[in-house]
Design a protein. Structure first.
Length: 564
């Protein structure tokens, strides 16, 4: 009877508990015995549970991110990780309805088993993505093609290696972490791909470029005179590209022009020479010059044949264009005009070039109707033609270069021919006003071999004879023009300055070879000018005038100073 009562009581209690349990869950309270992050929330309403867990802080775990051979360990919070306690409370409420009847009765009797609810974890994908991109920043790279370089130390072509492209898939890693926030290891996958042009692709062109880089000797057929190109000069004739060896056409042709000028033995026109204080006729003679088409083909072939050490330029006979019979009797020659310039304070090298250039053009005869070419009369500004280093204008600076001082002669020649009334075919001014040519500003002519020439047309109707008188001791040069004096009057007017631009401030450059605290001036200031010179020519056809315009750049003074 006692057992029955007990059983009846148990059944009664169980039924009440069932009814009570359902009512409790419907009332929105958490099941007894639950804990969230160590905080007991059993029997609390949602709002009470949220208040109870408000200050709960779940320590973040450490996450190791691996990308190739790189590894970083960082707090999960840097990857956007957090715990969502509100969602955890809501999940616990929903889970309460799943507890069986016995567990609910135990909870009502204070016998509920303590259960820890694992907090729900979230990951902010945007934060994770941003952090992963930052970690992978140095891993990201576009592929870099291999390239060709010239090593000045070894004097050889070399290959600069390629490097692959790399891209880390930060988005995939961020999404993977967001789908499994409890991860402690995360793989940041890095994809690599090859460059379009690899070092292997350049190896053959570089090897061929190095084989082509050797000395090359040039000789004109039928002569013994040779001109040699160094290995570096040959290397300057082509480019080593990824696609192979490519000729540098501009440099190749200019070098060919220089070589032919050096080996050619052109015909000499009849000319005048001084013998015993009087002028006499000297007959011209035939010469040999390169057959340019055949010679260029042979030169090109030799340059790109690695084993070729010598090349012979095919030659053809060159006949004089002016014979002794074409020259007027010396007794009929008249001094038409004289150009003058001075070259005080010139260096020994500059004086040597002035004397050499003056001697080269002295005796030249310009046939009627033909152009006088200063460079042609000179025979080229080369060491083989007797020229040495001196100050020239190049690349915006006054620097040491071959043939400094030749322009003293071209300037004086221009003055003579201009005063004689000859039409100007080509004349180039210097970049800035040069003190050697003062005070006759604007009456000067720059020449540069190759590229800049002085050309004037002989329109006098008879041959002209160029004679130079160089007085080195007086630093004075004369260029005389002789011929059958034309019936015309030439009036040369002074320069007219249109504008003037002040020179820039001085520039100071450190020169490690100078003693500390010392300096030296290597360029001199000049204002810039725009000006023109003009002349009036009166002859049987009437009166005409012309003018030659000049623009001088403003030029800064430059000083080299010792360190410190």
């Amino acid at each position: 009877m006692k057992v029955w009562v007990t059983g009846l009581t148990a059944i009664t209690l169980l039924g009440g508990a069932l009814a009570l349990g359902v009512a409790t869950q419907d009332g929105g309270k958490l099941a007894p015995g639950l804990r969230i992050a160590g905080v007991s929330v059993g029997g609390l309403t949602r709002e009470e549970a949220l208040t109870a867990t408000r200050d709960v802080r779940v320590p973040p775990r450490q996450v190791t991110v691996t990308a190739g051979n790189q590894r970083w360990t960082l707090s999960a919070t840097r990857l956007g990780w957090r715990t969502d306690l509100a969602a955890t409370v809501d999940a616990a409420l929903r889970a309460g309805g799943d507890r069986n009847v016995l567990q609910r009765v135990q909870g009502m009797l204070g016998q509920a088993e303590v259960q820890d609810v694992v907090p729900i974890e979230r990951v902010d994908v945007a934060v994770a993505l941003d952090t992963l991109k930052g970690l992978a920043h140095d891993l990201q790279a576009e592929p870099k093609d291999a390239s060709v370089t010239f090593d000045r130390a070894t004097k050889r072509y070399a290959v600069v290696p390629d490097s692959p492209g790399r891209r880390a898939n930060a988005a995939a890693a961020a999404n993977a972490y967001a789908s499994a926030p409890s991860l402690t290891a995360l793989d940041l996958h890095v994809t690599e791909w090859k460059a379009a042009r690899t070092a292997e692709m350049l190896r053959a062109p570089v090897e061929r470029g190095n084989r082509l880089m050797r000395p090359l000797t040039v000789r004109l057929e039928g002569t013994t005179h040779t001109v040699a190109l160094t290995a570096l000069q040959v290397a300057d004739l082509y480019w080593v590209r990824g696609t192979g060896i490519e000729p540098d056409e501009k440099t190749l042709r200019s070098t060919f022009d220089r070589l032919t000028a050096a080996v050619d033995q052109p015909a000499l026109n009849a000319r005048y020479a001084e013998q015993g204080g009087r002028l006499v006729k000297v007959e011209g003679r035939a010469g040999h010059v390169a057959d340019r088409q055949a010679a260029l083909a042979a030169f090109r072939k030799a340059v790109f044949t690695p084993d070729a050490q010598h090349v012979v330029f095919a030659a053809k006979v060159s006949q004089p264009t002016l014979t002794e019979a074409d020259l007027p009797d010396p007794s009929r020659l008249q001094l038409i005009t004289t150009g003058v310039s001075t070259y005080y304070h010139s260096s020994p090298e500059r004086r040597r070039n002035v004397a050499n250039a003056a001697a080269k053009i002295s005796g030249v005869v310009v046939p009627a109707g033909e152009d006088f070419s200063f460079l042609q009369a000179l025979g080229g500004i080369t060491p083989e033609n007797g020229f040495v280093g001196g100050l020239i204008i190049s690349g915006g600076r006054t620097v040491d270069g071959l043939g400094g001082g030749v322009c003293q002669v071209s300037t004086t020649t221009f003055r003579a021919l201009y005063q004689a009334g000859l039409p100007v075919v080509e004349r180039n001014p210097h970049s800035y006003r040069v003190g050697y040519y003062e005070p006759q500003v604007g009456f000067e002519a720059a020449v540069y071999d190759p590229g800049l020439d002085l050309k004037m047309k002989n329109d006098t109707g008879a041959p002209l004879f160029i004679r130079t008188v160089n007085r080195d001791g007086a630093s004075r040069l004369e260029v005389q023009v002789w011929g059958i004096k034309p019936a015309r009057q030439v009036t040369v007017n002074p320069a007219v300055i249109l504008s003037r631009t002040p020179h820039p401030p001085a520039q100071y450059l450190t020169n490690a070879s100078l003693r500390p605290g010392t300096s030296r001036q290597v360029d001199w200031a000049q204002d810039g000018y725009t000006l023109y010179i003009s002349r009036t020519i009166k002859d049987a056809s009437g009166v005409r005038g012309d003018r030659v315009e000049t623009t001088y750049r403003p030029w800064r003074a430059v000083y080299e100073v010792g360190p410190g």
